[in-house]
Design a protein around this ligand. Structure first.
Ligand SMILES: [Zn+2]
Length: 396
């Protein structure tokens, strides 16, 4: 070791290199040791040492043989999906979902419960804790295999403190969910906004995989956005960046759940479609499934309502395009998952209201991570941070 190196810096380098190797395997698996050392500019011996430790601990496994470039075929490495597990919790506006996930963010099993407007936190908390206990009992008898709990929550969240600052649908304020879960289950817990979890899933597995920067929009019962810059979340001064649903689109507009008037969420969400449908004379109960059903049946009242909401979302998106000049916008959520009409309409108005020079350079895509994007993202909150914990274990 060089004399001028500070004590512990060798350990630190090893920790950083282990993290880099793990990340490279996760992102590019199946991958050979030679490819890893080339990509990371590490010596083959360093990579062999690190991967030997990871193999010994069963965190990675050998998969197939790669293509030979003359000599022996190289052994390929990948993350062992079942070395550890994560509990992923999604507290949506209308639904609670608790899942057990493996290291590749695949869902092993889930429990769900319907949630209602203004539901008390204590009630939701009791169901959540009960679900987690049930899943652990049934699927994870070895408790040391649980890396942690990741929560993707509706509303405003302070990620650093693990606090739900404000959940407008339920009226919850300042709930330190991380503290509650860590006390109850004695594993690390992470809490972030649902749209940020969706963006994370998109960044690891979806459209955002190949890019450093993109905007992710979630549209369903409400509307939110996450901004990814250099593969990291942009959070703003108080972790509130991306409240796209409260962008003003009508100066004399209707009152929003935030207390203000004319917010995009009132004009482009599932709630807006229900209101438009009633204005068009539709009298039955309407939820997301029913909206899709009626559109497919050709019900003109609902088709017009969906088109109007799509128009407003596109208008909001044109403002984002004009301000941020993004290369990629990925859109997900209940309204996007199963409806072409809505997506086509928003594309049209985004185009019509953007500066054309900027619109030409933006790619607007639907999420590829599907209905489970937020649950996958909740698991990634843990995996992203827990690669750190695994490294500590490997180094110590
Ligand atoms: Zn609002």
């Amino acid at each position: 070791m060089k004399k001028n190196m500070i004590p512990g810096s060798f350990q630190l380098m090893k920790k950083i290199n282990t993290g880099l190797v793990l990340d490279t395997i996760r992102l590019y698996a199946p991958i050979s040791r030679v490819e890893i050392s080339k990509m990371l500019n590490l010596t083959p011996a360093t990579v062999t040492n690190i991967t030997a430790e990871l193999l010994k601990r069963n965190i990675i496994i050998e998969s197939d043989f790669g293509k030979s470039t003359g000599g022996r075929k190289p052994v390929l490495l990948k993350i062992n999906p079942d070395s550890y597990y994560v509990i992923a919790v999604h507290i949506g506006s209308t639904k609670l979902r608790v899942s057990v996930m493996n290291m590749e963010s695949e869902i092993i099993c889930s429990l769900t419960e319907k949630l209602y407007p203004n539901m008390e936190f204590e009630k939701v908390k009791d169901i959540m804790i009960d679900f987690i206990n049930q899943l652990i009992k049934e699927y994870l008898p070895e408790k040391n295999k649980i890396l942690g709990i990741g929560v993707a929550a509706h509303g405003l969240v302070d990620f650093n403190n693990g606090t739900i600052t404000f959940a407008p649908n339920f009226g919850w304020k300042n709930i330190n969910l991380r503290e509650i879960l860590e006390r109850e289950f004695d594993v690390p817990a992470f809490v972030d906004r649902d749209v940020r979890a969706m963006a994370m899933a998109e960044s690891w597995y979806g459209e955002g995989r190949e890019v450093e920067d993109f905007i992710c929009i979630k549209v369903g019962y409400g509307i939110g956005a996450a901004f990814i810059k250099d593969k990291q979340q942009l959070r703003g001064a108080s972790d509130g960046l991306g409240e796209f649903g409260h962008m003003k689109v009508e100066i004399n507009g209707t009152k929003c759940i935030c207390g203000n008037y004319g917010c995009l969420e009132n004009y482009a969400s599932e709630r807006a479609i229900v209101r438009y449908a009633m204005e068009n004379g539709y009298r039955d109960e309407l939820d997301i499934e029913k909206i899709h059903e009626e559109v497919n049946k050709g019900n003109q009242k609902i088709i017009d309502a969906v088109k109007k909401a799509g128009f407003y979302l596109g208008l909001g998106i044109s403002n984002l395009i004009n301000i941020f000049n993004p290369r990629l916008i990925v859109i997900g959520g209940d309204l996007i998952d199963i409806n072409d009409l809505f997506f086509d309409e928003l594309l049209l108005s985004a185009k019509n209201y953007s500066l054309q020079e900027l619109f030409q350079n933006v790619n607007i895509k639907r999420t590829q991570t599907g209905k489970d994007a937020i649950t996958k993202g909740a698991a990634l909150l843990v995996l992203d941070n827990l690669f750190d914990s695994i490294q500590k274990e490997v180094i110590s």
